[in-house]
Write a protein that binds this ligand. Structure first.
Ligand code: SF4
Ligand code: SF4
Length: 436
């Protein structure tokens, strides 16, 4: 028996007991700030968990309780405000894992998670979806799509202001060479693309390859890498998350790479902070998970702290603001590095928002399952961005990029959304054109 909260109810109860019910987490919680209900915040959910794990009358699979425990972005903002350092992320995922064990995973989720375990099948599904997207998504400018036909009937979120990036018919990993070796290579890094870059933001992957080549790093982008497992973990499906983690670790072991690089806060935190925990006690994978966690870096940390990158000289003349992805800042502790990189780009002025680390409202699938609350959270983020007068908002997570595209569109803001690596790549390209 492991000491993990995902397998051991006593460990979960022990973590619940660390909450001293002070309520400091209330002001930090984006959901509580809108709903003003005790059940929305960490303290309330911890109390519900305590009752469910000790009472004879209320069970963990009680429908109302399940609904309340899924009303959480897993944004970890409460943890930043907690004087007792309660690991609320472990608690909420542990409670959801207990629900999944008792109740099973709902059929639709099970079918989607099943596809994630089979990368070939998932790839075929995404490409088929890309070919058919015109049936329910209208083409807009700059590879954006908005709902049409029956999609508009699927729920509150899918109105005329809903906007998402076009699904690429050719994935990033189809286009890129699996191994790119550069002359005078400083090191060999594995690029863990994540699903969003592979299918929705291939240009972010292209920018990463370009910047790494500029800085003499050889890159391996394994075709057979899997989903990081974070989307299934937050739904309590720890068994599938473990299977995906083991498959990814097998890919890392075969790669002969010195480092793993991520461009997504969620993927990075899955590899760096979650794999060692979900694989605890696994005699074949525990040590490997720890080893690869230490070698995993967000691209901004990698450029600054591992290879001491050569800053670009190309001038951009741009006012930008920076949005902290919850997983990048609150799990991976990466927030100073992207700002340092932005400040090194000639002609770029960084204007801070009032609350740069406030959640964007995405929360994985939270924006689809809880559209009303999510839209309100997203709207206050968009207003904060607008108030900076920045021409672009920069971030280190494709899931946040998607949410920001939509919230800025809804707020009628003239502000681009760009990944930090793409901003850097633009400056190198200007330098090549002689615009210094
Ligand atoms: S993780 Fe985020 S949404 Fe969930 S309780 Fe904590 S602050 Fe609120
Ligand atoms: S801040 Fe921490 S200790 Fe205080 S109520 Fe919230 S979770 Fe409990």
């Amino acid at each position: 028996m492991t000491t993990s909260v995902f397998d051991n109810i006593d460990a979960l109860k022990k973590e619940l007991l660390r909450c001293m019910k002070c309520g400091n987490c209330m002001a930090a919680c984006p959901i509580y700030n809108i709903e003003k209900k005790e059940s929305s915040v960490a303290r309330g959910k911890i109390a519900l968990g305590e009752i469910a794990l000790s009472s004879e009358d209320i069970k963990i699979d009680d429908e109302t309780l399940v609904k309340l425990l899924f009303n959480c972005l897993v944004c970890k903002s409460c943890m930043m405000a907690c004087p007792s350092q309660v690991r609320f992320d472990r608690i909420i995922l542990g409670l959801r894992a207990a629900i999944a064990k008792k109740k099973g995973i709902p059929f639709v989720k099970k079918a989607i998670f099943g596809m994630l375990k089979n990368p070939e099948l998932f790839d075929k599904g995404m490409k088929a979806f890309a070919v058919m997207q015109g049936l329910f998504l209208k083409e807009q400018q700059e590879k954006r799509r908005t709902p049409k036909g029956f999609m508009k009937t699927l729920g509150k979120r899918f109105d005329e202001n809903f906007v998402i990036p076009e699904l690429s018919k050719e994935s990033f990993r189809d286009k890129v060479s699996e191994v790119i070796t550069v002359k005078y290579s400083k090191c060999k890094a594995l690029f863990f693309t994540g699903c969003s870059v592979n299918y929705l933001f291939p240009e972010v992957g292209e920018d990463l390859i370009y910047v790494l080549q500029k800085n003499n790093v050889s890159i391996v982008t394994p075709k057979r890498q899997n989903c990081c497992g974070m989307p299934v973990m937050v739904h309590g499906d720890i068994d599938t998350a473990r299977e995906l983690a083991r498959k990814n670790i097998d890919v890392f072991e075969q790669s002969d790479c010195d480092y793993i690089i991520t461009v997504c806060g969620s993927c990075g935190s899955a590899l760096k902070t979650e794999y060692p925990i979900i694989l605890e006690g696994d005699s074949n994978y525990e040590e490997k998970a720890k080893k690869w966690a230490e070698k995993t870096y967000d691209i901004s940390t990698f450029l600054l702290k591992v290879i001491n990158f050569e800053p670009p000289k190309g001038k951009l003349n741009l006012k930008v603001t920076y949005h902290d992805s919850c997983h990048l800042k609150k799990s991976m502790k990466v927030f100073a590095e992207p700002r340092e990189i932005i400040k090194k780009i000639p002609g770029v002025t960084l204007l801070e928002m009032k609350k740069p680390d406030a959640c964007c409202g995405s929360g994985g699938s939270y924006h689809l399952t809880h559209p009303e609350t999510s839209l309100k959270i997203a709207s206050s983020k968009a207003e904060d961005i607008k108030s900076t007068t920045a021409q672009a908002v920069c971030t280190g997570c494709p899931a946040c990029m998607m949410e920001l595209f939509e919230s800025l569109h809804r707020a009628n803001a003239q502000c681009d959304v760009i990944h930090t690596i793409s901003l850097l790549s633009k400056s190198y390209k200007e330098e090549e054109k002689g615009n210094v």
